[in-house]
Design a protein. Sequence first.
Length: 328
Amino acid sequence: MKNCKIYFSLITAFLLMFTLIGCGNMESKNENSQPSKQTESDQQAQSGSFPVTVTDASGSEIKIEKKPTRIVSLMPSNTEIVFALGAGDSVVGVTEWDNYPEEVLEIEKVGGLDFNVEKVLSLKPDLVLAHASSMQNANDYGQIRDIGIPVIVVPNAQSFNEVYESITLIGNAVGANQEAERIIDDMKKRLDVIKEKASKISEDEMKTVWVEIMPEPDLYTTGKGTFIDDILNLIHAKNAAGAYEGWIKFTEEDAILLNPDVILLTYGFYVENPTEKVYQREAWKDVPAVKNKQVFAIDSDKFNRTGPRLIEGVEELASFIYPEVFSK
């Protein structure tokens, strides 16, 4: 039963990662996405005073009469943004997937991706933060709006620029626009530092990286057109599966032939001692990453949640692959 739960969680996390962050250059805007558009009302919202009107990812203009004091968040990334903005004390409901910051573990749960509308309403929210990746729940959003509760659909960010838009949107909605600007400025500066350091890594010095999304018996990795592939390119590393598109299932034999210098595991939260399990794979003993003890478990939440911690994920990944460059 325990193993079933672990693999169910793994599959769900895998699907969440695919859903929440798609392909495209991390700093360019995906023209097919629907980021919120800046209007005169949005510009007024940036003053931090209420009432404010913002335009969300669905194109709707949402009026918020007063500073929210009871917020229900329907996506972990939304929750992390609210807490980073300093408005965490106003959060009264979150999803069962929320686990950061630690305070959310004590907050009322309203369900998973398919949330419980009645539970949401019972919490008497004055603001609900939804997400564009869950528009299958649009009818439920409509039910909540129909009784006068503002529902803001946050963009399904597929680049850093769109992450910044999400932070700005939520910051305006909760009256923390200045803090939103501070967070975005900090993220941009840290990303610039990463790019500057990466520019010093020559092609001959580039390492080949195998990113393991799911463990054996079904080995899944990430290829071109994924956010992690973009990050590897940004820090001048080679994706071992870069010749393939999207999310790919590999046999153990084929994975070994990629001969990676570094192995990154994204499922450490669900599996105990994941790196040791890789080191114990008899067939992998001659793979450079295993021989040289270059197998690392990374926090996948920092990559599949489009919030302020995204930059931490990039920094950590870079320091694992090139400690001599990025750990200085």
